[in-house]
Write a protein that binds this ligand. Structure first.
Ligand SMILES: *[C@@H]1O[C@H](CO)[C@@H](O)[C@H](O)[C@H]1NC(C)=O
Ligand SMILES: *[C@@H]1O[C@H](CO)[C@@H](O)[C@H](O)[C@H]1NC(C)=O
Length: 186
């Protein structure tokens, strides 16, 4: 074999391997996010890929695995926000009305933590409709929390960004479950 061929053939073979890489890892994250972002205006492609990529072991996950990962992300988010609200309520500078709404949010997020845990349990036993109800409940919690602050003129929610993140992550969970139920290979 000429030196040319001994170089070019393995290279061609390698690039063939790379281009036909199984629908896994990064590729699966991208494809999943593309599909679900197209199907739900609440989901941004970049938000979806960035969130899933950052999660441990997501590169090797199947679609079902990505579902578990996204439920975990919701759980971390909700848990962290609840803790953040607790800190905010202790701040003396927060006005009394905001404190009232923060107290509501604290309860909403406390319940949301239970909902995510239940959702994970249902997901693990493939009860996707039941998991859907729990995750939808988490989404409602974020909007109810956020809407409270807008009831009173002049109040600004200190949780807007967090509520949006949690809402969007939860939307990702719902869409992934839909794809699984459709039997989609994304
Ligand atoms: C997935 O998308 C990211 C950007 O969102 C890009 O950097 C990466 O190359 C893509 N990977 C694959 C395998 O398509
Ligand atoms: C909540 O989710 C968003 C979007 O993935 C992420 O940027 C943020 O770091 C998360 N927060 C926690 C505490 O996990």
């Amino acid at each position: 074999m000429s030196p040319f061929f001994s170089f070019i053939l393995p290279t061609l073979f390698l690039s063939f391997l790379i281009s036909t890489h199984p629908i896994n890892g990064q590729n699966l994250i991208n494809r999943t996010c593309k599909t679900i972002a197209r199907g739900d205006p609440n989901i941004g492609y970049n938000f979806c890929t960035t969130s899933l990529q950052a999660a441990p072991a997501s590169q090797c996950a199947s679609l079902r695995g990505l579902g578990i990962i996204s439920i975990r992300l919701v759980r971390y988010n909700v848990t962290d926000t609840r803790c953040h609200i607790k800190h905010l309520m202790k701040h003396r500078k927060i006005d009394p009305y905001s404190k009232l709404y923060l107290k509501d949010c604290f309860e909403l997020f406390s319940n949301a933590i239970s909902s995510v845990k239940l959702a994970m349990k249902y997901y693990n036993s493939k009860r996707y409709d039941d998991a859907n109800i729990q995750i939808s409940g988490v989404m409602d919690a974020t909007t109810t929390c956020e809407d409270g602050f807008s009831e009173r003129e002049g109040l600004v929610s200190p949780l807007t960004k967090r509520n949006r993140n949690t809402f969007e992550l939860a939307a990702v969970v719902l869409s992934i479950m839909q794809e699984i139920q459709k039997g989609s290979n994304v």
